[in-house]
Design a protein around this ligand. Sequence first.
Ligand code: SRM
Ligand code: SF4
Length: 571
Amino acid sequence: MTDELSRNEYIKEASRYLRGTLAEGLRDDSTGAIVEDDQQLVKFHGMYMQDDRDLRPERTRKKMEKAFSFMIRVRMPGGVVTPKQWLALDHVARAYGNETMRLTTRQTVQLHGIIKSNLKAMMREIDTVLLDSIAACGDVNRNVMCNPNPGESRAHAAAIELARSISAHLTPRTPAYREIWLDGEKIAGHDEGAVEPIYGKTYLPRKFKIVVAVPPSNDVDIFAHDLGYIAILDAQGHVTGWNVTAGGGMGMTHGEPETYPRTADMLGFIADADAVKVAEAVVTTQRDWGNRKNRKHARLKYTIEDRGLEAFRAEVERRAGVTFEAPKPFKFTSTGDRYGWSQGDDGRGHLTLFVENGRIHDLPGKAQMAALREIANVHDGDFRVTANQNLIIANVATEKQAGIERIAREAGLLAPWSGLRRNAMACVALPTCGLALAESERYLPDLITALDRSLAKNGLSADDIVIRMTGCPNGCARPYLAEIGLVGKGPGRYNLYLGAAFDGSRLSKLYAPDLDHDGIVAALDPIFAAYATRREAGERFGDFTIRAGFVAKTGNGADFHANIGQPSVAA
Ligand code: SRM
Ligand code: SF4
């Protein structure tokens, strides 16, 4: 490995707190692109420069510039927005974007297809409803997730409050965002140390992700994140404090076993009053200890592997002035969403809708953008994006429930019968993601239709089995925590992973590499048949694939690549 810092470190250092030449680049109308260094910096502002990969071959043939546009990811802690904010997002998606909204696996909304000349108008419009996109991407703390927990309003209130406090505390302070996008006042000659008291001028070595969960639901997949808070409740459902986890992450690279997904470790229990302090201490420890030379080894999961959990915990305790107590007991039961209506402690209703792979669009007979607009126009509660790319219409008064349900039903937004489809997620992949090796969002629905035939044959149609697909090994739909994980290898080809736990606590293992559509169906068909006949009472599919010897059990990441092709010890 080289001793040189990674290129991104120099870009950040020279950027004057994320300004770079973005303002000038926006004014350059000779191209739809921005220069390479600014493409890195613009991520910190919540945007990615992309091009439509479907159009690449034709445009290359015609010697045209690629079809450049931008994806904007909104920052919305806990996935919560008001109906007014929803309407603004819907409007900018139709006015400036590709007329779709994309709910993400981290409870945000992405808008794709915004051309450079429309960026500022779009950013101004979301600013008017008090939304922004700062730090939705980049080497900083990203959108803070929080269990949307429709059933337990009291615990949810504490969880969302923590998510918002951490988000506010760790949001970059640079004035660059307002200067560039909102024509804010240019602030020059500032005291450098005061601009970013937490991050400094080179920010973090890599992206950083925080999540808050309220058991028994692990719908936020807490073990996949750099830092996690698990609510510990008293008998009345009040939060007494938090078990803190650290060092989770999904990304890896095919053929590079030194990269791997990892489930987070337990640091211990802390009081509610210490939660934000601990977040800052974990972030600054990663800021100072994280690897700034090799971006493939820069996430907190590798810092903890390299330094050891005990040393890391001690450093966080020192910086925060807090001592972790032994973790309190808790139990997660699932990672999925609870579809349909649930009743809050306060008597208001919450309706969880099914949005296939998070994409909201108007299709013939399925006018989902229009339906959600209609709901937003009458709704006085809130909208909550779930970590499973779904949407909750939350806090609905009794008299409005039937009307809202009717609109959702007519737009095909109620949960389907298929247990597999109800528990499915796919990342965006083609045509917008520059890193995709294979289709994902556009292909998984058809694969599920094929797999549903096999499940029906075995009487398993209604069984909740978690399936997730990504177009490359970066893990954006957390495929290594799915009971069936499919990870793009090349066009039309996927690695098949099995054996993750239904509650999100255990990673999967590679079962078969490089399968095409027929290969995936053929590989899973006998496993479904075996599950139907040999499972024990209540046994989950992921657990069964280990007990029946299809795959060995994976521990905590470092052994993710071990024992591939070996039957489970337990078999
Ligand atoms: Fe992701 C990069 C989409 C959640 C791990 N992710 C990307 C980019 C921006 C591609 C790029 O860098 O050019 C994708 C944009 C696609 C597009 O056209 O929209 C992208 N990631 C997504 C989303 C939209 C997937 C989705 O279908 O919902 C999710 C947006 C989350 C959000 O709202 O903030 C998304 N990405 C995740 C998750 C899941 C999570 O955090 O719970 C992961 C795995 C967890 C983790 O971080 O370890 C994830 N994305 C990555 C990685 C690999 C990081 C690593 O440590 O190796 C990359 C590539 C990178 O960073 O180099 C990546
Ligand atoms: Fe793109 Fe890969 Fe993430 Fe899918 S997993 S959105 S293909 S980076």
